[in-house]
Design a binder for this molecule. Structure first.
Ligand code: ATP
Ligand code: MG
Ligand code: FE
Length: 339
């Protein structure tokens, strides 16, 4: 297939042209981070408006960079959900317009399936495998028995990992998005302030980040009230080590229980150097390959949507032109029919 793939679920306007879910002919990304930074996070209304301003230019740029004419396209893929409803609507309208004008199928695509299948753009995935999804809005352990089948075996009960990183970073006065700042601080730290690990019930694959986040915020407040200088690097390291310990521990247990032949790391927090290193070590010891997309394919982009949509192209499951943007779209229900 030759897919035009659109991603507008949050604060990146991105359009890609992808061949056979594998070969990226173009992947243009316009990030709104600078716009949202002064508000300390993504402002939904502004995100939608920015997508409207940018989307047409991005569609044309993606086609031009790919060196193809619209007539060559097999289908138009777009993130249907989850995400910000107003932001999703913009990509949805653009996709429907192209699909209608070109008389080609529309493929409504799941954003998290996209994050997972970003790995397919650079690696050969073997099944069964386990995906650890860590992003701004999601923290999930997903079992893939076969291509395109998704079973969520664990999820966060409160904050997502990226969200916790951003909140901790904000409390330490780092600009949005704060994840990379905490990562750098933690890696450079010489000391560590030990913080608790949220393992939950022994057999649970769920996560909880809010207790840890509160412990960090309490430490910051206490030092301020006492007028002491806080070792922020040691605190960042304590936070990061607690997060990583639990993510790695539960991922390795899932690999065992579900007989996974690979572990796929996906989502924006997959850029975290500490997490990558810790997973690499544990996977090596377990003899299970760790797949991680390159940095630019970890955060939101159109190419990953093209990779996931290709599965629906293969099974012939297309989306009607009255598709609704769905902020709560279910990953499991989006699973592809076996072909
Ligand atoms: P979702 O995919 O759940 O809808 P999103 O698309 O907004 O959410 P992504 O773009 O996948 O999220 O990831 C952004 C998140 O990744 C932010 O919370 C950011 O702080 C975090 N992040 C980026 N780099 C790092 C890093 N090195 N360490 C920790 N977190 C990071
Ligand atoms: Mg983003
Ligand atoms: Fe995302």
């Amino acid at each position: 297939s030759l897919l035009l793939a659109i991603e507008t679920s949050c604060d990146e306007t991105s359009v890609a042209v992808v061949r056979n879910g594998k070969q990226i002919l173009s992947n243009v990304i316009s990030s709104q981070i600078e716009t949202h930074r002064k508000f300390g996070g993504v402002v939904p209304e502004i995100a939608s408006r920015k997508h409207v301003e940018t989307i047409t230019v991005m569609m044309e740029a993606a086609l031009e960079q790919a060196g193809i004419t619209p007539k060559e396209l097999s289908a138009v893929a777009v993130t249907q959900g989850p995400g910000l409803v107003g932001a999703l609507l913009v990509g949805g309208v653009a996709a429907k317009t192209y699909a209608m004008a070109l008389d080609i199928p529309l493929i409504g695509t799941h954003h998290i399936a996209g994050h997972i299948y970003a790995n397919a753009l650079v690696h050969d995935i073997v099944y069964p495998c386990v995906a650890l999804v860590v992003s701004g809005g999601h923290t999930e352990l997903v079992v893939l028995e076969r291509e395109g089948s998704f079973r969520i075996v664990g999820r966060t009960r409160d904050d997502a990992v990226g969200e916790a990183y951003d909140k901790v970073a904000r409390a330490l006065n780092f600009p949005y998005p704060g994840g990379p700042h905490i990562d750098r601080l933690a890696i450079e730290a010489e000391e560590v302030i030990e913080l608790p690990r949220a393992w939950l019930e022994p057999d649970s694959y769920d996560f909880s980040l809010s207790g840890l986040k509160s412990a960090v915020l309490a430490a910051i407040n206490q030092s301020r009230m006492k007028g002491e200088t806080l070792n922020t690097a040691a605190l960042a390291r304590g936070f990061q080590e607690s997060v990583i310990d639990v993510l790695v521990g539960k991922s390795m247990r899932a690999i065992q229980e579900f007989g996974a032949r690979q572990l796929l790391l996906c989502g924006g927090v997959a850029a975290n150097r500490g997490l990558r290193a810790a997973l690499a070590t544990s996977c090596e010891a377990a003899g299970v390959p760790l797949l991680v997309p390159p940095f630019e394919l970890c955060t939101d982009n159109g190419a990953m949507i093209g990779a996931a949509a290709h599965l629906k192209w293969k099974s012939g499951e297309f989306t009607s032109l009255d598709m609704k943007a769905d902020p709560l779209l279910s990953l499991e229900e989006w699973s592809v029919e076996p072909v």
